[in-house]
Design a binder for this molecule. Structure first.
Ligand code: FMN
Length: 343
């Protein structure tokens, strides 16, 4: 009988399994993050562009559901003064940053470190990972091109993970992009990562705040239904992202892919979001994905999804996803990989 799967990242973060749910802006909220953490992974709150009050109340809501380690994620382009200080005061265990040069954010990293928070930096290239290391982050997160949501680089996970491992020495490394099950986790570990981050997989969890119709589309889709584009640019221009090809995307393609300003149904407010201190009219082509706290028609919003949507077959509780990934990775290593060298 083998010991349960553990990597150095488990001790560093105080978690049972090297399984992390991605910080997904507006859809990875308290219920999802807490469920992942409670099951032994690291649940991440996708706080993206939330204001101070919303951040504090979301973290408190997650904390009310679990006493286990939790992470928060913020996007550098939306970082406002005082936000990192506010998060640092909440007792969160880890903070994931995305979309920036870590060397320009040593002050924020220091604030997190003073509060005992581990800093994770999501990177899409070797250069970014080197900069993150130089800035003193605790964990580098490799994001492969097949990832859902905003995609920083152009190299897929199979090459990016070992490339980053070679570049950062023995600094802890997480792998994101294309992972949906225990086979993926075992592969990430084989490539040099200390754990894997799952975004699209947890988007289809019962607790994710994604709109029910969006979850159904994810189940029906496969990798070839995704598109890497800069189409959904209102609120965050020139930032490539991977989305599902919806009716609106098809209309835009049929119209010859017109530039921003002259796209089909542009300027139309079709949906409205309401949550905490948030009350936003949602114009088509905005960055906000369809959520279960929206009213109206979400067809004009980005249905972010990674290639890993090919591997989703059901919507189940996040805790079951964590346990299944852990069990399957263990089985893959024990029954498949170890067998190859023990005959
Ligand atoms: C719906 C959605 C929203 C996302 N939002 C964010 C975000 O707010 N901040 C961030 O750092 N990454 C975000 N990402 C990217 C994830 O951090 C991660 O790189 C990605 O989910 C990994 O690929 P996968 O979807 O194949 O698991 C998002 C991804 C998805 C699918």
């Amino acid at each position: 009988m083998s010991a349960p799967l553990r990597t150095p990242i488990c001790d560093l973060l105080g978690i049972e399994y090297p399984i992390v749910s991605a910080g997904m802006g507006g859809v990875a909220l308290a219920e999802l993050a807490a469920a992942v953490s409670e099951a032994g992974g690291l649940g991440t709150l996708g706080l993206a562009a939330f204001g101070r009050e919303a951040i504090i109340s979301e973290i408190a809501a997650a904390r009310a559901r679990t006493q286990k380690p939790l992470a928060a994620n913020i996007l550098i382009p939306f970082l406002r003064p005082g936000i990192v200080e506010a998060i640092a005061a909440t007792g969160i265990s880890a903070l994931t940053f995305f979309w920036g040069d870590a060397r320009d954010h040593r002050a924020e990293i220091a604030i997190a470190h003073r509060a005992g928070i581990k800093v994770i930096w999501q990177c899409g290239s070797v250069d970014e990972a080197r900069w993150a290391r130089a800035a003193g982050v605790d964990i580098v997160m490799a994001q492969g091109f097949e990832a859902g949501g905003h995609v920083r680089g152009t190299t897929t996970s199979l090459v990016l993970i070992p490339e980053l491992r070679d570049a950062i020495g023995d600094l802890p490394l997480l792998a994101a992009g294309g992972f949906a099950d225990g086979r993926g986790l075992a592969a990430a570990l084989a490539l040099g990562a200390d754990g894997a981050v799952f975004g699209t997989r947890f988007l289809a969890a019962q607790e994710a705040a994604a709109h029910p119709a969006y979850k159904q589309r994810l189940l029906a889709a496969n990798a070839t239904d995704t598109l890497h584009t800069t189409l959904y640019d209102l609120g965050w221009p020139d930032a490539p992202h991977r989305v599902l090809r919806t009716d609106l995307v098809e209309r835009w393609e049929a119209a010859g892919r017109p530039a921003s300003g002259s796209r089909p149904l542009e300027g139309l407010v079709s949906a409205r979001a309401q949550r905490a201190d948030l009350e936003i009219p949602l114009v088509n082509y905005t960055v906000m994905p369809p959520t279960d706290y929206m009213e109206g028609d979400c067809g004009g919003l980005p249905h972010y999804a990674g290639h890993s949507c090919s591997l989703l077959h059901e919507i189940i509780p996040a805790g079951d996803i964590v346990r299944r990934i852990a069990t399957e990775a263990q089985t893959v290593i024990e029954k498949r990989l170890l067998k190859l060298i023990s005959h």
